[in-house]
Ligand binder design. Structure first.
Ligand code: GSH
Length: 210
């Protein structure tokens, strides 16, 4: 059994989608980050960086294992299941490079844009401009990749699972500052339809919303 500590945010959706893809039994423990539940001492024992998502695999080899950071969680689940990440060779590193591209680039840039464009108490044009520009550049990188490949790593993988919830946020909550990027990205739109059409992805996106 796996316990998933999560909330209704793009990072929180990734392991839910993965667990739905695998069809594994898991329980969801909501951590409401709007109410600062990420700072509760019990949660910090699992996720010392006070961020969701995190998991505990109660049946891990060697005893219960807690993991924080969505990229580490996806990689762990892929390796344990032998699914959605090639075990070796070029294909493994194609998937891993796009996974890390999401963790180190797309997520942080869209996250900062979301803060400055939608939630900050003051509108700061310099910050909105900087993060819109960088997010637009990342859209372009993804568009180019998807013009030559159906999925980011080649085949559907944890790289797509990591990027999809962020691209949903980009094309809904951030559609105003990113309007030009979205319009210039038909291959990204087609990829979103392909990934978003998967029943497991649809179920994972609804965790804690039903
Ligand atoms: N690099 C982390 C980012 C996780 C993250 O930023 N989580 C946010 C929600 S999407 C969070 O828990 N924020 C609460 C806080 O910063 O206090 C990952 O990929 O897991």
């Amino acid at each position: 059994m796996i316990t998933l500590y999560t909330w209704t945010t793009p990072n929180g959706r990734k392991p839910a989608i993965m667990l739905e893809e695998l069809g594994w039994a898991y329980e969801v423990k909501p951590i409401n980050i709007g109410k600062d539940e990420q700072f509760a001492l019990d949660f910090l024992k699992v996720s010392p960086n006070n961020k969701i998502p995190a998991i505990v695999d109660h049946d891990a080899e060697g005893g219960p294992l807690s993991i924080f950071e969505s990229g580490a969680i996806l990689t762990y689940l892929a390796e344990k299941s032998g699914q959605l990440l090639p075990a070796s060779g070029h294909a493994r590193f194609k998937a891993l490079e796009w996974l890390h591209w999401q963790i180190g680039g797309l997520g942080p840039m869209l996250g900062q844009l979301g803060y400055f464009a939608n939630r900050a108490p003051e509108k700061l044009p310099l910050a909105i401009g900087r993060f819109s520009e960088e997010s637009t550049r990342l859209f372009g990188v993804m568009e180019k990749r998807l013009q030559g490949a159906e999925y980011l790593g080649g085949d559907y993988s944890i790289a797509d699972i990591a990027c999809y919830p962020w691209m949903v946020a980009a094309t809904t909550m951030l559609k105003e500052p990113l309007a030009a990027a979205i319009e210039k990205s038909p291959a990204v739109a087609a990829w979103m339809d392909r990934v978003g059409g998967r029943p497991a992805v649809q179920r994972g996106m609804k965790v804690l919303q039903d």
